[in-house]
Design a protein around this ligand. Sequence first.
Ligand SMILES: NC(=O)c1ccc[n+]([C@@H]2O[C@H](COP(=O)([O-])OP(=O)(O)OC[C@H]3O[C@@H](n4cnc5c(N)ncnc54)[C@H](OP(=O)(O)O)[C@@H]3O)[C@@H](O)[C@H]2O)c1
Length: 254
Amino acid sequence: MKLTIIGNGVMAQSLAMGLIKSYEVEMIGRDINKLKAIKEKMPQIEIKQLEDKEDINGKNIIFCVKPFALESVSVRLVGTANILISILAGTRLDYLRKQVKAKNYVRAMPNIAASVLQSMTTVTGDLESKDIAMKIFATIGQSVWVHTEYQLDIATAVAGSGPAFLALVAEALADGAVKAGLDRHLSTQLVQGLFVGTASLLKHSHPSFIKDSVMSPGGTTASGYSKLEECGVRNAMISAVNEAYNKACELAKK
Ligand SMILES: NC(=O)c1ccc[n+]([C@@H]2O[C@H](COP(=O)([O-])OP(=O)(O)OC[C@H]3O[C@@H](n4cnc5c(N)ncnc54)[C@H](OP(=O)(O)O)[C@@H]3O)[C@@H](O)[C@H]2O)c1
């Protein structure tokens, strides 16, 4: 089966890096030089410059441009795609149906970890395409199907944006170690290992159990943890997810 990715940005490339392991992948973009540079990194993919009348008839499209570019790209698409999978944040299925002709429509929210086959992807849309879409995203990590776009927009805020939120935590933890006097390279290495180990624990344990297991009475963790609460880290995370969700809703109104 061949997948056609429209767009050649960060997400398009992350998806392609994972998908080329299981599918034929064609990438369509407006800048041939960027496409050529991508082909040098991923020789298996086909590249194609977006034409004024780009024939998408019968293709399985993964749409990866910015939400604001949807109209300017969709006016150039002719024919009826077999399936249109959009990863555009906050862009509703109803709107996609008006913009691009396809037999079935799906919205998916992968994250940047697709490039290392570890995306946490949320998917919704026409039930006829559920199996094919879930199969595609299973090749680049874990995926869950939700029944409403409301759920998908919340998933966008937590799992789509999440790598950036966790990257901030990772960077800050390393900065803390540097501030205490540890070399930067050691601090970074420790934090990398910390995230890998904690991710494994999270597969089997509730976060509060992990926290209670580490925090002994009057100990070092309890001291550090109370500082996190004092600084409002928990509330900052809750607010970050809610702000990102509000932004997705704002995009949907356009
Ligand atoms: N970044 C993430 O972690 C993430 C996660 C989940 C979903 N998403 C969604 O993925 C989509 C792409 O995000 P991204 O981070 O990959 O953005 P990006 O790196 O900026 O890539 C955007 C792509 O859109 C193309 N584009 C922009 N304006 C265009 C136009 N007028 N005509 C044709 N092509 C145009 C760009 O082409 P040029 O290279 O020629 O400028 C580029 O290929 C967004 O809708 C976003 O909501 C992103």
